[in-house]
Design a protein around this ligand. Structure first.
Ligand SMILES: *Cc1c(COP(=O)(O)O)cnc(C)c1O
Length: 361
């Protein structure tokens, strides 16, 4: 009998999302409209921020956050090399320079001490990633930004409803979220910028839509980075389910950690941090490719986030980023993400834990 592979990710789309989309299709208002406004209001509430601006992707959110803060040529932005390439790419897109610093070996989040050591007179912003849904060390990064007059742009693309001491991420600085299908909630493609600063929100809205406050009055340059009401309608329903999905992910992670502790390096969460387990990522010694292959043969899907640190990517090598960041480079050889999503059954979780333990012997 061929067993079905337990997938690493699965979008949770149900009848309510289908109905919501059909409703939009029958109204004829397909582009940004009431559904997008409702989605923004709901997400601002979840993040406990004044403003949430919906855009076409997480990458667009990062790009617009940088533009809204006036970051460009001659500016340095300190960030992590251990992320999806979009984080650093958007810094390059606005003409600024990404300054990569190393990560903490346990959380794989940016190391605040390394950040502080990299601050120069050209530093304009710090862009941490809440990697895998685990908040970066905001307890140190926020005071660092205050002390040096720096902008904080949170790449929260994996961290919907993650929090530090009960305060949601995305509200500590300017927050950037993604609603890609593998994220904890989805709109198909989509993104949101969150902020408590009305001036930043205004700039994001201008850049989102051709520099217009009113139709055909262009007070600035801009892009078309709008979300459609079709996407937003899915998002409105998904946001109602976010807390339930998140609790399920946290519960699934707790089961995995309880079983895997002592066999592999399980995720590390700092006190007061709410990790929302976009990914449940372990670290293994030795032959990682063999480990992944064996897991696949045993019916367990997995993934590597990320196999190549950004500064080692061909484009960045061409651009002369030839520094050594040993903690990131070691993590890139060791990490494996296991299924943790809310669609897993108790049997699935038992299988994942059992097969990982078997391979650790
Ligand atoms: C998904 C992701 C992005 C990009 O989001 P898109 O919606 O795919 O453009 C950026 N940063 C991180 C850390 C991500 O996980």
């Amino acid at each position: 009998m061929i067993q079905q592979m337990i997938p690493i990710a699965r979008p949770m789309i149900g009848a309510e999302e289908q109905e919501a989309v059909m409703k939009v299709l029958t109204t004829g208002q397909l582009a940004q409209g009431e559904q997008t406004a409702a989605f923004e209001t709901a997400f601002a509430e979840i993040c406990q921020v004044k403003e949430a601006i919906a855009v076409s992707s997480g990458t667009a959110a990062l790009h617009l956050a940088l533009l809204a803060h006036g970051i460009g040529a001659g500016d340095e932005v300190i960030t992590t090399p251990f992320s999806f390439a979009a984080t650093a790419n958007t810094i390059k897109l606005v003409g600024a320079t990404p300054v990569f610093v190393d990560i903490e070996p346990d959380t794989c989040n940016i190391d605040p001490a390394a950040v502080e050591a990299a601050i120069t007179p050209r530093t304009k912003a710090i862009m941490p990633v809440h990697l895998y849904g685990n908040p970066a060390d905001l307890g140190h990064l926020v005071p660092l930004c205050q002390k040096h007059g720096l902008i904080l742009i949170e790449d929260a693309c994996q961290a919907h409803a993650a929090a530090v001491d009960g305060k949601p991420v995305g509200g500590f600085g300017t927050g950037c979220f993604s609603f890609y299908p593998t994220k904890n909630v989805t709109t198909g493609e989509g993104g949101v910028v969150t902020t408590n600063d009305p001036a930043v929100a205004d700039q994001v809205r201008l850049w989102r839509s051709h520099g217009q406050r009113e139709r055909y009055q262009h007070v600035a340059l801009g892009y078309n980075y709008r979300m459609t009401d079709i996407q937003a309608a899915i998002g409105v329903v998904q946001l109602k389910k976010l807390e339930r999905f998140t609790k399920q992910r946290i519960a699934n992670a707790a089961i995995l950690t309880e079983r895997l502790a002592g066999h592999v390096r399980t995720p590390v969460v700092r006190p007061g941090h709410r990790h929302v387990y976009h990914q449940y990522t372990i670290q293994v010694d030795g032959d990682r490719d063999g480990f992944i292959q064996a897991l696949r043969e045993r019916g367990v899907g997995s993934a590597v986030h990320y196999p190549i640190p950004i500064h080692k990517q061909p484009y960045y090598q061409e651009q002369g980023f030839d520094m050594a960041l040993p903690v990131s480079e070691a993590a890139a050889r060791r990490v494996i993400s296991l299924p943790v999503h809310p669609a897993l059954s108790d049997d699935d979780l038992a299988t994942v834990a059992r097969e990982v333990i078997a391979l650790c012997r």
